[in-house]
Structure formats: C-alpha cells, structure tokens
Design a protein. Structure first.
Lengths: 270, 69
C-alpha cells in the first residue's frame, strides 16, 4: 500500500464496546446509521503592533468526541446509555380499556385488543369483561362512561374474576382504568443516581483505495470513551423511524497521551 | 341471600371492598365508606339482596349464627 494513496470514506462503523475492567465485550452495534469522530481545540493568540495582527498562537483544550447513531435500540444499548441494568420480571402495567379484548386465535395465552369496532359495552345486566385480572380490588377500579372519560366516576362494580358488574351500567359504553401485573416484562429504568460508564470503543469499517478501487480494512480504537448521560427517545407518529444517539467523550489514556488510534490495514494471512 | 365475608380491603376512593364467598368462588363487593366497615366483619355472614346493586350502603348482618371454625 503506497503512502501517497488517497481514500474514499463512505461506510459506517460497526462498533464494539468493551468493559474497561474485564476487557470483555458488552455491546456490538452493527445497525448504526452514523458514526462521527469530532476533534476540536481552542487557540489563544498573541496580538500586537499596528492593526493588532496575530503574532503567535497557542493550541490547547484538545477535545475529541464521538457520536454514534443506531437505527435500532437493544436492551444492552439502553443499559449502556442509562447506566441501569435491564431487568426481566413482574411489572405493574397500567391499563385503560375502552374496547373488548379476546384471546389470540393462534395463542390462547395472549390477549389481543379487538379494536375500536368493539367498544367496551356493558351487557343488559351491567357486566363488562376486563382484558386482565386486575390488581385493584373492585372498589378501586375506575369506570367512566365513554362520553365522560376522566369525568364523573361511575359507581363501583362487583368483581368476579375478570367480570365487573353493576346493574346501573346496563348497555352503556364504558372505559375502565386498572392495572395488571405482567410477568416476563423487560423493564428499562432511568434513575436519578445512575450514570453511564466508560468503555473501550472499537469501530470497524472499510475505506476505498482510490488507486486500486478496493476496500481496505480500517479500525478505530478509543481506549477510554465515556458515554454521555444525555440521550433522547422520540415517539412520533410521522416521518422517519426514531434513531438512538449515543454521544461519547474521548478521554486520554491513563498511560500515554493517546486518545484515538486509527489503523488502516490489509488482512494479511499471518 | 347470606354470604360469608372472607376479607376486607380499604379502598382509595368512595368505597371499600368486601370479599365474599359465592358458590365457593370469591366475589368482590364495593361498599360505601359511609358504612365504615372494619376487619371485625371477616368471618361473619352478611345479607345482600341483590349482588349487583352496588356499592352497598350498609352491612346487614345475617341472623344465622356462624361458626368461625
């Protein structure tokens, strides 16, 4: 590979995060949309003479930051961003039920919403069937007329299993508010006291040699990358799917002045 | 009809909940907080005329004696 070669860069990094203590990989991202390395520094000038021109310059405050943007979110990437482990277990789920639910035709262990064409309507005897067995006792399940959602709570009903009954509700369209404990829930936490850690970041991609037209391997290593605490989740109804940004501060290695090492190489059989 | 009270849960809003046995199944019956039910009711028989005309406004203890054993 000639030293004067020029290269075109048009490919995103695949990034692997390694635990800085154990050295083990903790996250592999191969669905990135963007991976950016940004190097900045400050300058201070000595000025003087007629017109106050710049005479001398000092560079300082070297700052390197990286940002990676993932098209997909995974429990592990959330774990790195939030500093909290993702847990799997029982979790309270809040329900606002305004339609009829039924068991899935293919899997009877799963409940599915039948949709807006099936509004939750009390029978002639005043009975409605909840989608799930509620956590709340009968007196704490809130039921509203569909035309007065969040307005005046209807008188509580008798509960037997999932059937909630009050003769006064007969033939009314209603909305029920309650909660249910679901098992095997993957829970993502954002807490006030936990923050993301530092990791070794290894980014792999290819760059294209302008002389040969062939791609050559390129690896970027940051041994001390601190994930920033700020992140954003977008839940929106239009436009492109939401992306997940991870911003990192590149810190100097403790044993040298190196911050980023980039290696362009050919995969020689060794 | 007479029903045995198996448990009581104090509610957050206008009523509390009586847990009663109906055909060996547990029913939850809202009862107005004005009735001021206490845990003393557990194990007793109460009389409810219409199970679904709720919330109950008061507890009518049954005249039938009840053996707590």
């Amino acid at each position: 590979m000639a030293g004067s070669d020029k290269f075109g860069v048009k490919e995103v990094l695949d990034v692997t995060f390694y635990d800085t203590v154990t050295g083990k990989p903790v996250l592999f991202c191969d669905t990135l949309k963007l991976s950016t390395l940004d190097v900045t520094a400050s300058q201070s000038f000595a000025r003087g003479g007629k017109g106050n021109p710049k005479l001398l310059v000092w560079d300082f405050d070297k700052e390197i930051s990286m940002s990676v943007q993932d098209a997909l979110l995974s429990p592990k990437s959330f774990q790195l961003l939030s500093g909290n482990a993702v847990t799997v277990g029982t979790q309270k789920i809040y329900i606002r039920q305004d339609t009829v639910w039924a068991t899935d035709s293919e899997d009877e262990t799963i409940m599915v919403d039948k949709g807006a064409l099936y509004p939750l309507t009390a029978s002639a005897g005043g009975a409605i069937t909840l989608a799930f067995t509620p956590n709340e006792a009968a007196s704490d399940i809130l039921v509203y007329e569909a035309t007065d959602d969040g307005g005046t709570v209807l008188a509580a009903g008798t509960l037997s299993g999932k059937v909630l009954t009050n003769v006064a509700w007969a033939n009314k369209k209603v909305i029920a508010y309650y909660s249910v404990n679901q098992t095997s829930v993957q829970t993502y936490l954002i807490t006030s006291s936990n923050f993301p850690s530092s990791y070794r970041l290894v980014g792999d991609t290819v760059i294209r040699n302008a002389r040969t037209g062939k791609d050559e391997a390129f690896q970027l290593v940051v041994n001390n990358a601190k994930i920033k605490s700020e992140f954003k989740f977008e839940f929106k109804s239009d436009g492109d799917p939401s992306v997940f940004d991870m911003n990192l501060d590149v810190l100097k290695e403790s044993s040298s002045d190196k911050m980023v090492t980039m290696s362009q190489y050919v995969n020689n059989a060794v | 009809m007479n029903y045995k009270v198996t448990s009581i849960q104090i509610g957050k809003y206008e009523s509390d909940t009586l847990f009663i046995e109906v055909d060996k199944e547990v029913f939850q019956i809202p009862i107005s907080k004005k009735a001021k039910v206490t845990k003393d009711l557990i194990g007793k028989l109460i009389n409810i005329e219409n199970l679904y005309s709720v919330p109950l406004e008061k507890v009518i203890l049954s005249n039938i004696s009840f053996d707590k054993k």
